[in-house]
Design a binder for this molecule. Structure first.
Ligand code: GTP
Length: 385
């Protein structure tokens, strides 16, 4: 496994941002928005707190998790924080999507997440069109961490569906959650399989750019790209290793799973990509690629100044509604025809039975008449004797 050089400071690394390519941002500090997406209980909150070395998000109330499942809604939570290190400020926004994928029917559980991303692009575009364009509220997502359950098998169809939709909208960074629950061999095979599925399914994930004129940076980017999907161990707890080091990690009977140990997981690579080396690239690709794609797509489908069609006004939904209505009418017609046929059949059956009844009646009548005749004949015979 290729390792990164040792951390340059004891801090979380945002002080390195001014060394990054776009030095100008350093003057004002960066405004960075990360979104975490994944099933409930995969360690999203823990990872956010581990990444930013602070408890940004309070630990979850597990009773609430159960209620959330009953709500059948994927809620979006926004946590804001201002981090400062060596006088360099980063305004950090974390978009947490708790409870995702919990429900029995998960088919559309991605919708609020995708809508949230689109809505932020939309809100930004609208603000750009206003005469006063200073101090825009900007919640466009710069990096989306997609948490994969450490099953050891492969990606689930739901993962593939969501990742496809996310990859065309944001810088998608897949991570394997709770890597300490897999052996190194299983983790290696699992990673390979996920990479294959990502490739075969054409899922777009964030690729750190390889600068041809800077060999060190290019090598670093290559190491990061090769490690994807990053395996992750999250923990804000200090634990003591067998050799007496105090580290962030998770304690087991067999020893300690260390967050920052590159033989245990890729946490340091992920942190490097997000905070130390590629934060500004994530911000600029969001602006230049994803936002631009959104803007262009909307400009092609709308007149200037026209607001975004709401779901039920959206031509795509109208078309779907029309199709549904047609299918429903056809079904009703087919059912009606079937009912008529059945009704006809019942009438014919009733007529046939009525006729049988009439025949039976007349047969009884003639038998009765015959009986009367016989009785009358018998009476006459006995009288004569
Ligand atoms: N083994 C292991 N457990 C972890 C790891 N990260 C978090 N956990 C544990 O998993 C449980 C859930 O963690 P959370 O961070 O609340 O998970 P979440 O994804 O935010 O959950 P929701 O908010 O419900 O979606 C907690 O008990 C954590 O201590 C990890 O890397 N390895």
């Amino acid at each position: 496994m290729a390792n990164l050089p040792p951390p340059m400071s004891n801090g979380i690394g945002i002080a390195n941002l001014p060394n990054q390519r776009h030095k100008i941002v350093a003057k004002h500090g960066a405004h960075f928005t990360v979104m975490v997406v994944g099933e409930s209980g995969l360690g999203k909150t823990t990872l956010v707190n581990t990444l930013f070395s602070t408890e940004l998000s309070p630990p979850k109330n597990y009773n609430r998790r159960h209620h959330k499942q009953l709500d059948k809604l994927t809620e979006v939570e926004i946590i804001k924080a201002e981090l400062e290190e060596k006088q360099f400020k980063t305004k950090l926004t974390v978009i947490d999507t708790p409870g995702f994928g919990d429900y029995v029917n998960n088919r559309d559980s991605w919708a609020p997440i995708v809508d949230f991303i689109d809505d932020q692009h939309e809100a930004y575009m609208r603000q750009e069109q206003q005469p006063q364009r200073k101090d825009k509220i900007d919640l466009r997502v710069h990096a989306c961490l997609y948490f994969i359950r450490p099953t050891g098998h492969t990606l689930k169809p739901l993962d593939i569906e969501i990742m496809k939709r996310l990859g065309t909208r944001v810088n998608l960074i897949p991570v394997i959650a709770k890597a300490d629950t897999l052996t190194q061999n299983d983790l290696f095979t699992f990673k390979q399989r996920i990479r294959e599925v990502i490739h075969v399914q054409g899922i777009r994930i964030y690729q750190p750019p390889i600068e041809p004129d800077d060999e060190v940076t290019a090598e670093h980017a290559r190491i990061l790209a090769e490690a994807m999907p990053f395996s992750i161990i999250g923990s804000t707890e200090d634990v003591t290793t067998a050799d007496g080091r105090v580290v962030k990690g998770r304690e087991y009977l067999w020893g300690v799973a260390e967050v920052e140990n590159e033989n245990h997981c890729d946490f340091r690579k992920l942190r490097s990509l997000l905070i130390r080396t590629h934060m500004l690239d994530l911000i600029s690709t969001t602006e230049e690629l994803h936002y631009e794609n959104y803007r262009q797509g909307q400009m092609e489908s709308r007149k200037p100044g026209e607001s975004k069609p709401r779901k039920f006004e959206n031509p795509k939904f109208k078309e779907e509604e029309e199709q549904l209505r047609r299918r429903f009418t056809e079904q009703v017609k087919a059912e009606e025809a079937r009912f008529r046929q059945w009704e006809q059949h019942l009438i014919q059956e009733r007529d046939r039975l009525n006729k049988d009844l009439e025949l039976a009646h007349s047969a009884i009548k003639s038998l009765e008449a015959e009986l009367d005749n016989l009785q009358a004949g018998y009476g006459r015979g006995t009288n004569r004797r």
